[in-house]
Every structure is written in structure tokens, then in C-alpha cells.
Design a protein around this ligand. Structure first.
Ligand code: NIG
Ligand code: FE
Length: 419
């Protein structure tokens, strides 16, 4: 048999296999399914053989392209399951205020923070092609850092016109660049200034937007920011229940700065994931474990905001909550495009082992997007989204931090990076 691409001699082929029908939990998160001197064969965009190099070479005699991965570690591409990638402007001035001691919520309450990005994004939407190009450039960098699937949320429009502008840009990104995109509607990111005194009216507006989102097929998920100064659990419930009726899957931002019951609500409503969880109750953890709701941890946020308050990852894992990791890429709380940086932070600040962090950034992140059967591991039948790292063992991935260890990215069976 002649393959299109053959990756051989990998010092560690980290398959991340073993999660069938659901994300990995507890001890399962320690298992990476490593094959030493491993090989992967690809046909078209699909993985057709995985194993020890000699074993794979016994069936695959030839390949059009051969990648020699001697002394290298091979991994499934990262799945960045939580980003706010389409926005106008940047917020380095606010970052400096934070260095000087002002808090995120304080800046937001003064109409800065998220609201300044809403203003800049609405302005930028007057030139959608330029905004889309900027988003494409971000995705190009993500790919170079090893991300092959990314979720993108709206939420910097907060009006019907601008939220749909963002949804259309996300739809355009699906067609115009190689990273696979999952679209999430986050019209309930904050109450826009115009509706500050008319919250019920804004909720009605969001409910109306949801109908159109579904009718136009522009999003797979609906997300709500459950937080003091954003949406209360009961406001979130109204929106999420309606989204569910429309056939959208659910995500929540909960416990970023305060625990106001978002985890309990999300688990009750059958959310696919609940994200942040820097603050979470014991009850919230129990319910999430029971429902197998993925907890998406975003350690880049407390790092960038300098709050020093990180999610209780060890307790969550012990409780049986499946954990995923993501960047939360956005201009306010986490301006990084690198899943490698997030893995490095997860090991240092969340005390996750390299194996747990890698499972969380690949297969469990794929489950956080309901794509655990298609991507997130190197197994026969899955999509050929594979990264080759210039390190001999996976333990070096979190160890070298702030550097890019990605030597090659194979996306849909094609060497896409370096270009
Ligand atoms: O996930 N918390 C809400 N949304 C983003 C930050 C948004 C912003 O500050 O622009 C987050 O942290
Ligand atoms: Fe977020």
C-alpha cells in the first residue's frame, strides 16, 4: 500500500488514544498511549495506520512524502476549545493599569475593559474584510504553534447587526484558512451600554438573535458569561434554555472572578463544557463529574490578570470532572495564541502533570467541542491533524516555556507549517 504521508521513527508517538465515547477522567488523564519509535501513515486527510515503525512499514511500503521524526515527539494537533478571536483594537493600556493594581471588574465597570473592545469591534466591522484578515493572521500564528482546531466566539458586537457581522466573519474563516473552526454565539457576553438600564430588553434581543442564528446555521454553540456585572444565573438560564430549544449546544463562562452558581446551572442544563472555574463550589464539581461536563480551564487568564487565583485542577480531577485546556485568546484577559504556553502554565500553576495537560489540550478539548470522535488523538480513522515537535520526549513540552517547539504541522494530511 502506498500512503500519501508517512511519519516514521518518532522517538515518542503520543497517540493520546483510549478515550472512547467520552473524555478522559481521573487516572485516565495520565495515559498518553505512547508508542516508542512510532509511525503514522496518512491517506488523503485520514490516518490509516498507527504503530511501531517496523510494524507500520510492514504494511505501508511506500509514501509520497516521508517525514523522519528521529529524536522528535509526535502529537495530535492542539484543539483550542475557547477563544474570542475576532475583535478590534488591543488593550495594552489596560494591561498597564492592571500592573499598577486595578482589577479586571473595576476597569470593566468604568466602561473600559470588554466595553472598549466592543466599541473598537463595532468600528472595525465597518471594514469586515480587514477584520477578517486580522483574524486570519491570528489563526496562521495559532497553526504555527500547533493548533489545528479552534473554537471562536462572538460577543464583541452586542447588537444584532454587529453580532451577525461577527458570525459571518467566523463563517468566512471556515472557508478561507486551514484551521478547523467551531462557531459559538456569545451575544450574552455583557449588557451593552445602551441597555444598562433595560436588561430585560437586551435579553429579549438576544432571544431574537438566537432564532436567527439557528435559522441561518451560523453557530453550533451558545455561551453566556455568568458573572457579577455580567449575567446572573437566572438571566443565563432564560437564554440557555431558549438556545437549547433552538437546537444549539451549550457552553458557559463561570467562576472567572466569583462563584455565583454557573457550574451548577451549566451541569443541570446539560452544557457540553463550563469554562474558567477559578471559583467553583464542591456541589458544582460533583454535578459536573456526574454529568461528565467538561471543565475547560484557562490558566492564561489569572496569569495575565495577575490575580494568582487559579482553578482547583487537582480537586476537579480527583472529583472526576474531565478537564480540558484552552487559551481564551482575547485582548483583555488572555492575549496569547499558544497552547504550548497554556500547557506550561497548567503544569506550573494548576499542578497538572505533563500527561494530564497534553490529554486536556488534545482529546478532552476535542470532547469540549463534541468532536472527540474526529480529532484530538492519533488513531486510525481520525483526521490527520498531527504536529511534530523538535523535542525527544513529551515531558519537555511544558518544560521549555515561551518557545515554539513545533517543527511541522500536518493539517488534513498536508504539511501546512512551515509554509
Ligand atoms: O473569557 N470573561 C469574559 N470574556 C473574556 C474576556 C473578555 C474581555 O475582557 O475582553 C474571558 O475572560
Ligand atoms: Fe472567554
Amino acid at each position: 500500500m502506498i500512503a500519501d504521508v508517512l511519519i516514521k521513527n518518532a522517538s515518542e508517538l503520543v497517540t493520546v488514544r483510549g478515550a472512547r465515547g467520552g473524555p478522559k477522567t481521573k487516572q485516565g488523564m495520565q495515559d498518553l498511549g505512547i508508542i516508542r519509535n512510532g509511525a503514522v501513515a496518512i491517506e488523503g486527510a485520514e490516518i490509516v495506520a498507527v504503530g511501531d515503525t517496523d510494524e507500520v512499514l510492514a504494511t505501508i511500503k511506500q509514501a509520497r512524502t516521508v517525514i523522519d521524526a528521529t529524536d522528535r515527539t509526535v502529537l495530535p494537533g492542539f484543539v483550542d476549545c475557547h477563544t474570542h478571536l475576532v475583535f478590534g483594537g488591543s488593550r495594552e493600556d489596560e494591561f498597564i493599569q492592571k500592573i499598577e493594581g486595578r482589577s479586571y471588574l473595576e476597569i470593566m465597570q468604568r466602561n473600559g475593559g470588554l466595553f472598549s473592545t466592543v466599541e473598537k469591534t463595532r468600528e472595525a466591522l465597518a471594514f469586515p474584510r480587514a477584520l477578517m484578515k486580522r483574524a486570519q493572521a491570528f489563526l496562521d500564528k495559532m497553526l504555527a504553534f500547533g493548533t489545528t482546531t479552534a473554537e471562536i466566539k462572538t460577543g464583541y458586537g452586542l447588537s444584532t447587526e454587529s453580532e451577525f457581522g461577527l458570525l459571518n466573519i467566523i463563517a468566512g474563516l471556515k472557508e478561507s484558512q486551514p484551521v478547523d473552526i467551531v462557531s459559538t454565539f456569545l451575544g450574552a457576553h455583557a449588557f451593552p451600554k445602551e441597555y444598562k438600564e433595560r436588561k430585560a430588553d437586551y435579553i429579549q434581543l438576544v432571544l431574537g438573535m438566537l432564532e436567527r442564528v439557528k435559522a441561518e446555521g451560523l453557530a453550533e454553540y451558545c455561551d453566556v458569561f455568568v458573572e457579577v456585572g455580567a449575567f446572573s444565573p437566572s438571566e443565563a438560564r432564560t437564554i440557555l434554555e431558549q438556545a437549547k430549544k433552538q437546537g444549539l449546544k451549550l457552553k458557559l463562562h463561570a467562576g472567572e472572578f466569583n462563584d455565583i452558581g454557573g457550574a451548577e446551572l451549566g451541569a443541570e442544563l446539560g452544557a457540553v463544557s463550563i469554562d474558567h472555574l477559578d471559583y467553583i463550589s464542591e456541589r458544582g464539581m460533583e454535578l459536573m463529574a456526574e454529568k461528565k461536563t467538561v471543565g475547560v480551564l484557562l490558566p492564561g487568564v489569572p496569569f495575565h490578570l495577575m490575580t494568582n487565583k487559579y482553578a482547583p485542577a487537582r480537586k476537579l480531577i480527583e472529583a472526576g470532572v474531565p478537564i480540558a485546556l484552552a487559551t481564551d485568546f482575547n485582548p483583555g484577559s488572555c492575549p496569547t495564541l499558544s497552547m504550548q504556553m497554556i500547557i506550561a502554565l497548567a503544569c506550573r500553576q494548576l499542578k497538572m502533570t505533563p500527561a494530564e495537560a497534553i490529554n486536556a489540550a488534545t482529546i478532552n478539548a476535542a470532547y469540549a467541542l463534541d468532536r472527540g470522535d474526529k480529532v484530538g488523538s492519533i488513531e486510525v480513522g481520525k483526521k490527520a491533524d498531527i504536529i511534530v515537535l523538535d523535542i525527544p520526549r513529551h515531558q519537555q513540552l511544558p518544560y521549555w516555556f515561551g518557545v515554539n517547539t513545533v517543527a511541522k504541522v500536518v493539517k488534513n494530511g498536508v504539511i501546512t507549517y512551515p509554509p
